[in-house]
Structures are given as structure tokens and as C-alpha cells.
Write a protein that binds this ligand. Structure first.
Ligand code: AMP
Ligand code: GLY
Length: 420
């Protein structure tokens, strides 16, 4: 099959790797890809989605998979469908679940899906009234639009909450993305992520994962895109999975049908579990990164089929099987991440040692300089260890980390601590 994958990160690499392992005849193209995806397939760089759709037509692409949220919010799925191409991901209308927190919260409210009590407003006075009426601290303030993961402030005083609202509404903090805000109650529980493959009507729920957003051990320092993740997490029991399916995913899919924006693609459910009840913190319309890197190797049936039948609205035709294994992913990032960029550094891999370990590397912030693989900053790669339990998978992941060297390599040493 001819497959096109949009994106350049470890997430897209891991999807490509999983599909390429299924059948060596698969022909995979990444747009734009990175310095390692061209070892799985080819890279192209076409930024105009109409031109890309024409390229996909000309090259007889059977399936396109979209990694990041930006092309989805910008309507790449709608454009590809106009060209009669098969593409896995939500329409621009459905991608508003991530593109606008106000849209998302209103869908949750309208269809009675559990979420933190909130108001949506563009008025400082209304926000202040809501803040004054809160009996507990902290208070959470969120900018409406996409802010590269920085649009959520946990305010520890009412004054700070009001000031944050002011900075957002005035456009000072996030420009137009903050012209509307959500102010909501703080939920105290444990956080995890679930991912549902959706075809508009049906869904397949993948194992629950836990990400590690802070840069430092013990969850210290600033937020990042994610420094490591593991799945499945033993913190989730069957009762929680059932509640997520019945109280969250089913009403969301039904609601999105009623909104004339049926949800096709990955629904990333950011959850807080409070007293054994799953409560939605947020939706994203794509896989998490690095969660995807752990989920792909856990799938025992065809990954290509999962995306293809998802895109066709025919998930009921397949049975997605999950391995009885655990995957732990440890991100190796560049020296200055997440503060500033870092100078490119050559990556050396001890391939012989790596070949004896149970797991693999998913490449993200890398480029190629002749035959050298270079770390180009940010999150460089993810070392994914597999095992029968969290402990053994984590031990493999850290042995893979030892096979990797580049100047300034940094990583967290406590990934999956919640489960050990
Ligand atoms: P979001 O982008 O909405 O997921 O928010 C980013 C992070 O802020 C989440 O991953 C949580 O750690 C935290 N957060 C967001 N909303 C709340 C809330 N209502 N209560 C507690 N923590 C929250
Ligand atoms: N790892 C969290 C995210 O992708 O948003």
C-alpha cells in the first residue's frame, strides 16, 4: 500500500515504523518527516495542502495519516476528501475540539459529559465574579485557542487568577488565542490519557497512558511536550475503562454527529481521575507525543488496518488486538530543552548493544548530515522498552538510553514512577 504520514516527530516515526514492520511492501512517505524517517520511507516537503492532495492523487496514496493538530485544524482532511482521498483524522469542524477550548467545554456541557465546572467569557467582570464565588484554590484559567501547550495557568490566589484573565483578554499573553477564556475549578486527582480510534460512529479504546510533562525528575521545572510515558498504566481498572466508554466517548461521538461534525480520527482524552470517576480535562484531536510511541508497539493486529478502516468508517469490520505487554518510553532531549535551542550534535548509537534489547528507538528532532545522524534540538528521540510488567519495560528503556550518545543528552530518570 502507498501511505502518506504528515508530521515530523517521534509520533509520526512510530506510526511509520509500526506499519513498515507489518509488510515490507508498504511504501511510506513522510511530509516533511525527519532525518530518520527516510530510512523507513521517503520524505517530501509540500506545505500547500491542495498541492499535497494532488501529489497524493498522482502517487496513488491509499491512506494518509495526520500526526499533529495544526493541519487538522487548518482543514487538511476536508481538502483531501474533496479529492476523494482516504485520510485518517477529523475535519476542521471536528478538530475544534482541540482548536477551541470554549467549543470543547460547550460540547462537554451540552452532552452531559463529566468535566470541571467552568465559565466561558470574554468579560473581565464575569470572570471576576466567577473567581470570587470559588470556595477553593487553586483556580484554573485557560486561553481559548491553540497556545503550544502554554495556555493553561493554575492560579494559586484569586488575585493571580484575575490578573491572568486580564493578561489573556487584553491579548498580551497569547494574542487572539486568549481573547476568550475558560475559568474553571481545580480538580485534585491523578492524571492520565486515553486514546480512542474513532470512525464517526464506532471506536476502539487503546490502553491508558501516563505522560511526564515537567522537564525534571519528581515532576519539577517547566512543562514540556512530554519527557516520557508508559502504557498501560495499572492505575486504571476495568471500571474506569467502562466509565470512560459509557460516560465520555459514546456521548461525545453521538454529540458530534448531532453537531454535524462526526468525529473521525484519534480522540485524545486528557483525564483527571477523582474518587474513581474519570473527568475530562481536555480533548486533543491527535495522538499524544510521546504516548503514541508506546501505544504503537502494543498493537498486536494490523496498525495499517486500524487507521484504514477508521478512515473508511468501518471499524466494525476489524478486531484491534492489544499485546499483554507494557511499553515505557524515555525521551532524550537536547541540552537546553525546553528553554532554548541547542547546537546540532552528532548522535552515536551502539547498534550491537541495542539489537540485544527488547525495544527500539523512535526518532524525532533529528536531521541527516551526509551519513551522520544529528540531534537538532528539542526532543531528539524516544527510547521505548518493552516488557511483561512496568519494571522490566522501564529497565529495558533505560538500557536503550545507554546505547545513545550525543552532546548535551538529557532525560528524566524516573519515568513510570507512578506505577512502580
Ligand atoms: P489542558 O491543556 O487543558 O490539559 O491543561 C494542561 C494541564 O493543566 C493538564 O494536563 C493538567 O495537568 C492541568 N489542568 C488543566 N485543567 C485542570 C483542572 N481543572 N484541574 C487541575 N489541573 C488542571
Ligand atoms: N504528550 C502530550 C501531548 O502530546 O500533548
Amino acid at each position: 500500500m502507498n501511505i502518506l504520514i504528515l508530521g515530523s516527530g517521534g509520533r509520526e516515526y512510530s506510526i511509520g515504523l509500526a506499519i513498515s514492520k507489518e509488510d515490507e511492501k508498504h511504501n511510506i512517505t513522510f511530509c516533511p518527516g525527519n532525518g530518520a524517517t527516510n530510512l523507513i520511507g521517503n520524505n517530501i516537503n509540500i506545505t500547500d495542502y491542495n498541492k499535497l492532495a494532488i501529489w497524493a492523487k498522482d502517487n496513488k496514496i491509499d491512506l494518509t495519516i495526520v500526526g499533529p493538530e495544526a493541519p487538522l485544524v487548518d482543514g487538511v482532511v476536508d481538502i483531501f476528501k474533496e479529492y476523494d482521498l482516504t485520510i485518517f483524522g477529523p475535519s476542521a469542524a471536528a478538530a475544534q475540539l482541540e482548536g477551541s477550548k470554549v467549543y470543547m467545554k460547550n460540547i462537554l456541557k451540552k452532552y452531559n459529559i463529566p468535566t470541571a465546572a467552568f465559565i466561558e467569557t470574554s468579560s473581565q467582570l464575569q470572570a471576576d465574579d466567577f473567581i470570587d464565588a470559588q470556595n477553593t484554590l487553586p483556580i484554573v484559567v485557560k486561553a481559548d485557542g491553540l497556545c503550544a501547550g502554554k495556555g493553561v495557568i493554575i492560579a494559586t490566589s484569586k488575585d493571580q487568577a484575575k490578573q491572568t484573565v486580564d493578561e489573556m483578554l487584553s491579548g498580551k499573553a497569547f494574542g487572539d488565542a486568549g481573547k476568550k477564556v475558560i475559568v474553571e475549578e481545580f480538580l485534585d486527582g491523578y492524571e492520565l490519557s486515553m486514546f480512542a480510534i474513532c470512525d464517526g460512529r464506532d471506536f476502539v479504546l487503546l490502553p491508558a497512558a501516563q505522560d511526564h510533562k515537567r522537564v525534571g525528575d519528581g515532576d519539577t521545572g517547566p512543562n514540556t511536550g512530554g519527557m516520557g510515558a508508559y502504557a498501560p498504566t495499572p492505575l486504571v481498572n476495568d471500571e474506569i475503562y467502562t466509565k470512560v466508554k459509557e460516560k465520555i466517548i459514546k456521548p461525545t461521538l453521538k454529540g458530534m454527529q448531532e453537531e454535524n461534525a462526526p468525529y473521525e480520527g484519534v480522540l485524545f482524552i486528557g483525564l483527571m481521575i477523582v474518587d474513581n470517576e474519570p473527568i475530562v480535562l481536555e480533548y486533543n484531536v491527535r495522538f499524544g507525543d510521546p504516548e503514541c510511541e508506546e501505544l504503537m508497539p502494543l498493537i498486536d493486529s494490523s496498525v495499517y488496518d486500524m487507521f484504514y478502516y477508521g478512515a473508511k468508517g468501518e471499524l466494525d469490520k476489524i478486531d484491534v488486538k492489544i499485546k499483554d505487554k507494557v511499553a515505557v518510553g524515555v525521551v532524550c532531549a537536547s541540552k537546553n530543552y525546553p528553554y532554548s535551542s541547542s547546537a546540532p550534535a552528532e548522535i552515536k548509537i551502539d547498534k550491537e548493544k541495542l539489537s540485544k534489547l527488547n525495544g527500539h528507538i523512535s526518532y524525532a528532532g533529528v536531521s541527516r548530515n551526509k551519513d551522520k545522524l544529528m540531534a537538532t534540538g528539542g526532543r531528539v528521540l524516544v527510547c521505548v522498552g518493552m516488557g511483561d510488567d512496568v519494571r522490566s519495560a522501564r529497565d529495558e528503556a533505560y538500557k536503550i538510553v545507554e546505547c545513545v550518545s550525543f552532546e548535551g543528552k538529557k532525560y528524566r530518570k524516573d519515568i513510570a514512577y507512578q506505577a512502580i
